[in-house]
Write a protein that binds this ligand. Structure first.
Ligand code: CA
Length: 377
């Protein structure tokens, strides 16, 4: 049993342990009688994972071919594929997921195609799988319009295909933004050639959620057991987010909305220092192989204008309080991180937090509805 930061002990398992079977039985007696079922806000969980068989098959096939050496993200997919009860939860978009949501007190899940997604499969296969993913997610949302919303998957290696798919998924399919599982074979969308994707996201008012994955070619993480939540995941999204800021993407696309999880992967704590040290990268020649970029604003400006954060996996009041204070109550959104960090008492912990009623409603409901253009109320 791990001792958590709030002093409680919880038997939550890490991402990589196969001990979910006790949670897979539908009809499990709710253990959460203390959840306020009449709370004056809905609970919208905004980083909830899913996948589907054709994608898992494509990931495993490419991994086993031995042709994707160094892609630890793909190796992670292979590891997840060998966890049958985790896969049962990830692949269910019906009764099992809804039963867990009811048990945990979640009104709506925002579905994100789980890391590493379509961006690690054999080059050329990703966009077709993204289309399939988005069709499946849209069907699930249509079946349960009061319970599910979803973000669009895309494969950034295919820029033209990504633009078309973001337009189709947020237009015809009415999905609510897009998800990128951070780097793709060590590439990041802060490079100029990927900017048409950012342009399409801004034009469609689709928020981009950058979700972690294992760092690329990273034995120095793996040998320490750090490729996941302990270091590799937050480090990669940190790099991606700072890369976007310093690329000038938010000056060029001022209405672009970026969402990052796990309390902004620790970034908000450093805003003071980022502004102080901005000159390390701002206005320098030849970064990212491109032209000189001089930002229009201090780094912290973009965190208060273009960036939102979610609380996935971080149900910790002092840290949430800090983020609300420095970024603003309208920029912090609730997320659970189902099924990786699911918890039947998490919602009650949020209910007990000493936030004002307005802050609580923004955190649990209103911010998600606004950022992702969800149905209101
Ligand atoms: Ca997650």
């Amino acid at each position: 049993m791990a001792k958590l930061a709030d002093g409680s002990e919880k038997g939550l398992k890490g991402h990589f342990e196969e001990d979910f079977s006790h949670r897979t039985r539908i009809g499990l007696a709710p253990r959460s009688g203390f959840i306020d079922r009449n709370a004056p806000y809905k609970r919208i969980a905004t980083e909830e994972a899913w996948t589907f068989p054709a994608l898992v098959k494509a990931q495993v096939e490419y991994l086993e071919s031995g042709q994707a050496a160094g892609d630890d993200s793909l190796k992670m997919a292979g590891m997840f594929a060998k966890m049958p009860s985790l896969q049962a939860m990830l692949q269910d978009l019906g009764d099992l997921r809804l039963a867990h949501m009811d048990e945990f007190g979640i009104d709506r899940q925002l579905l994100l195609l789980t890391a590493p997604g379509v961006q690690v499969v054999r080059p050329g296969e990703g966009t077709a799988l993204a289309r399939e993913a988005n069709d499946i997610a849209a069907e699930a949302c249509a079946r349960h319009p009061d319970r599910f919303s979803a973000l669009a998957a895309f494969d950034p290696r295919d820029v033209t295909g990504s633009v078309k798919e973001i337009e189709r998924a947020t237009g015809t399919l009415k999905l609510n933004g897009a998800v990128l599982n951070s780097h793709f074979q060590g590439r990041y969308i802060d490079e100029e050639e990927y900017f048409p994707i950012l342009e399409a996201l801004e034009a469609t008012d689709a928020a981009l959620y950058i979700h972690p994955t294992a760092p690329f070619n990273a034995p120095h993480y793996e040998t320490r057991g750090f490729f996941g939540a302990l270091a590799g995941f937050p480090h990669d999204v940190w790099l991606h987010t700072m890369g976007l800021v310093f690329s000038g993407a938010f000056d060029r696309f001022p209405k672009l909305k970026l969402v990052i999880g796990h309390l902004g992967e620790g970034l908000p704590v450093h805003l003071y220092r980022f502004d102080w040290m901005q000159g390390n990268a701002d206005g320098r020649q030849h970064l990212r192989g491109g032209a000189q970029v001089k930002l229009k604003h201090p780094v912290s400006h973009y965190f208060k204008t273009n960036i939102w954060i979610t609380t996935s996996g971080c149900a910790w009041e002092p840290a949430i309080r800090f983020c609300i204070d420095v970024m603003g109550p309208e920029r912090v959104l609730y997320a659970m991180d189902y099924p990786y960090q699911q918890s039947s008492d998490e919602v009650a912990a949020y209910d007990r937090m000493k936030l004002t009623p307005d802050e609580k409603k923004l955190l649990m409901q209103d911010n998600a509805e606004r950022v992702f253009n969800l149905p209101r109320g």
